[in-house]
Design a protein around this ligand. Sequence first.
Ligand code: ZN
Length: 474
Amino acid sequence: MVIFFFFFFFFFINKIQYILKFEHSLFPLQHQQKMTIAAETLNSGNVIGNIQFNYFYVVVGFEILNFLFLQYLYQRQLKCYKGKERPSELKDVITEEEFKKSQEYGYTRLVFKIFTSNLMFYIEMILYYIGFIPYLWDLSGQILGRFGYYNNEYLQSIGLFSISIIISTLQDIPFSLYSTFVIEQKFGFNKMTIGLFIKDKIMSLVLVNVIGSPVIVALLYIMNWAGDLLWFYVWIFLLAFAFLAITLYPTLIQPLFNTYSPVEGELQEAIFDLAKKVQFPATKMFIVNESKRSSHSNAYFYGFFKNKRIVLYDTLVKNFEKEEILAVLAHEMGHYRLNHVLKSFILSQFHILFIFYSFGFFIKNTKMYRDFGFSSQPIFIGLMLFQGLLKPVDSLVSFLLNCNSRKHEYEADTFAVNFGYDTPDHLIKLYVKDSGSLIVDPLYSAYHNSHPTLLERMANIKKQAAIAKKSKSD
Ligand SMILES: [Zn+2]
């Protein structure tokens, strides 16, 4: 994922993303374009007050610890890409050449990630030191002042939000360009044109502003009004927004980036049969033209209740045999039948509740604002600063969510085995074609990976196939 963005940007947009992207894909996405906006936190402030318990130092301390921890994980994973032999379980299924390509691809991407994370960390530290966020906050107020809007907290918050999105988008462009047109290009995965790249960036920028601004105003309004029950009302609002977003995302937003067409022909027939067998509502299946961006293949299951759908990349449909596509679909339908998206969604609701419940204790904490160089206490700023304090909790949560997601992947694979798709051939093909990482460090994987490795999934499928066979013969 793209590495950096401002703190508030992270907070709001990642939460919006979080709400929007309730999907389970078959394969860990190697890289994401479009609206995938992820973040390392970044915020700043002036050092005011004494050292004994200064929020500024606490947040900076968390940032440094987090940075060191990530660097440690990167170094561990880096070793997995160098000088490793092809695992014996893979000797029959992938060639030495394919193995080398996947190792080199993983290595190149990780080195680039280490470079960008280091660069952004140092910039972040400088911005902390010079008090960049108080500066942007004032700048937003000054710009609004020119139009006659003085001391309007809502408008000033949106101003800050917009300025930061523009800056972070501009910052991201060189890294994004390098990743797409140098790394992906070199390994033969890039299909993106410069024109499409620019169009995607502009559309994301506009959408984030259009969606983010009213959400921020509503949130700030609720927080100003709700008093002690802030956490409850904010949660209700975000829940309502989540349901709205889950409905609108596939119908209004995704079509701006891609074309979704129904599955047709011979394949459709076979899919309908499978859908009937596993009780999946077969009308909600689409093929998306991702081949205009990259040659990576994937499939995912999205949403719940009335908005559920399975989406196949056109690259997958083109390059895979019918039986392989059905195996992929059986896995995705497994996510549906086992309610995986709904379960992840409920987990995320606890996280949101926790964030706003604990924020209630900090919203009026004058010292927190002062430690970062603010003389007033705008709620928007409070949320940003508070998110910095939550950094260790966020790390823990992302670890738990990934554990949960890996568990779901095993379960969906097992589901497919129980419907007769008891070989990992389709997965092997997918990992090989995409040069997916084959050797992973356990700690790096536990923290970062939403999917088990190919070897782990192969072992699970083999085990489950044996169990299924035994129960049949009994
Ligand atoms: Zn899956």
